[in-house]
Ligand binder design. Sequence first.
Ligand code: RIB
Length: 307
Amino acid sequence: MDCYPGIDYFVALCLAIANLDKLNILGITTVAGNQTIEKVTDNTLGLLSFLDSDIKVAKGAKGPLIREKRQAINVHGENGVGDYQFPKIKELYSNNAVTFLRDAILAQEDKVTICPVGPLTNIALLIKTFPEVVDKIELLSIMGGATVGGNTTPTAEFNVWADPEAARIVFDSKIPIVMSGLNVTHSTGLYREDVNELLKSTGKVSRMCGEILNFYFRGDHVKAGTFTPIHDACSIMYLLYPQLYSFKHMDVTVDCSEGLNRGNTVADIREWFNYDETYPKVLLGVDLEKFREILLQNLYKLDDMSK
Ligand code: RIB
């Protein structure tokens, strides 16, 4: 998993950790995104300590390949995770996400799936520094981009906009990609009532998720205060339950120009064009009822596991 853990990522990580019988998580690499690399790394260690998990953490890129670093404090709060205070007991495993990824991937007999849900800086550096890993990557389940529109600019989604050159390298790499863009993640989340239920819980994990998600409802990106997307959980949910999603393979190119479209994932949504499976699988729709049910069940399941 490659991430800058903001609120939705924490929920995504809980979903993953509740499913360690299905997912063998080799490690988490961090990347600067909503906050500095130090804060996002501390937040990752904090959550893992909170969950009593021994997953390895490696610190990654401090900023994008070329552009100046921007943060998203308004969405995730001053401390990067809805101002929730986590303990930081767990130690960092490595100071170098790129060599960590190479070593972890090459040590496996089987191919490895990476789930990048932040700016794609670490993954681009990995591809360019150690191209020998490319053939050992089964899939990149990416949260980023959108078939149309954006959230950070009218045409760009935050993770891709934050490092368009890195995203271009990744989308051009020919590694199989599943793209969870805003077009699907904006319909992939929980209702206000779901979060209210989590807030009432006496279980430590579900209650924590309720508290950090509650912070999201302050954001003006949340539809009329009744529903919040949980973007990053989409990429993990896809790995666990791909049958919840509809999709189409299409060409996706990242706009790296300096104009209004910088960071736009230009997806060929023309209906009469058919691309084969070597092109990114772009998620288009989700069974929201099942998504909510499975997500909530898993958060409550973690309560039982962490007693
Ligand atoms: O644009 C959505 C992305 O940025 C997600 O990864 C989420 O964490 C947000 O900050």
